[in-house]
Design a protein around this ligand. Structure first.
Ligand code: SAM
Length: 283
């Protein structure tokens, strides 16, 4: 057994051996707490032979945990300097393939050509949400995503109607998946420690959406308009979204929704009712 990379001394030793300076620009904060690595592997329910796409392996900290749990890992790393490091730190793990590239640019389906796979990522926080949304919207054959995100973002993803955290991100994530906050991760679990608390979130992809939507395009247009100006009533927010008052009033009355309410109070079912009433008008 190799020593675990998720330890401060081991990580510092690797950085020193390779003369590596971490890149702030690429959001490089490496995990140094093996309980967090184990928690992520457990959250992803990894078992022998599971295909896993790991995004941003860094020096291989999480990759090692995944490989030891028996996953067949395809890991995509953007920082070219890390390729030589990874080939050393992960030497001996047979079922690990490292690819150099930007996850937002590579042809993902070509690199991981599996019927179903899991996505695991500890990425720079500014690109985590766009990456999660890309996998969901483009309907890659992913069964679950386990990612490290800023704690506030995790709270927004799982938020229910009525609170300040509930927004377009909550609706979108809950439309495609069942999100759960698995555990909170303190800054000291990384070097260098980030300025914020983090959370590991598991999004289990639904086999079908929880609400029936005639047009997804209209559904997300309604959601976007409703939250674009969240202090406005639904009627005014939808009017701001480019519809005239008559259409808005007609749609809302057909959907059985009081236009004086605010978007932040609407459930997915209610958003779907509004969007379906709109779809009926445009068909
Ligand atoms: N997984 C390691 C860990 O947990 O210690 C490293 C995490 S570090 C927060 C994020 C990693 O993602 C860095 O190695 C960075 O170079 C890589 N990265 C950043 N942007 C990327 C992108 N667009 N595609 C692939 N990897 C990226």
């Amino acid at each position: 057994l190799k020593p675990r990379i998720a330890q401060k001394e081991v990580t510092l030793h690797i950085l020193k051996t390779f003369g590596l300076h971490m890149s702030k620009k690429l959001g490089q904060n490496f995990l140094i707490d093996s309980t967090v690595v184990d928690g992520i592997v457990a959250a992803a329910k990894v078992s022998e032979g599971d295909p896993v796409l790991e995004i941003g392996p860094g020096i291989g900290t999480l990759t090692q945990g995944l490989a030891e749990a028996g996953a067949e890992v395809t890991a995509v790393e953007l920082d070219r300097r890390l390729l030589a490091v990874l080939s050393k730190t992960l030497a001996g793990y047979e079922h690990v393939r490292i690819i150099h590239g930007d996850i937002l640019k590579i042809d993902i389906s070509r690199e991981i050509n599996k019927e179903k796979y899991k996505v695991i990522a500890n990425l720079p926080y500014y690109i985590t949400t766009p990456i999660i949304m890309k996998f969901l919207e483009e309907r890659f054959p992913v069964e679950l995503l386990v990612t490290m995100v800023q704690k506030e973002v995790a709270e927004r993803m799982v938020a229910k109607p009525g609170g300040k955290d509930y927004g377009a991100l909550s609706v979108a994530v809950q439309y495609y998946t069942e999100p759960e906050i698995m555990f909170i991760v303190p800054p000291q679990a990384f070097i260098p420690p980030p300025a914020v608390e983090s959370a590991v979130i598991r999004c289990t992809v639904r086999s079908k959406p929880p609400v029936e939507v005639v047009s997804e395009k209209l559904f997300f247009r309604v959601v976007k308009a409703a939250f674009a100006q969240r202090r406005k009533t639904l009627t005014n927010a939808l009017k701001g979204g480019g519809l005239n008052k008559e259409t808005v009033d007609g749609m809302l009355s057909e959907a059985g929704i009081d236009g004086g309410r605010r978007g932040e109070q609407l459930s997915l079912t209610e958003f779907a009712a509004v969007a379906n009433a709109w779809a009926k008008r445009t068909s």
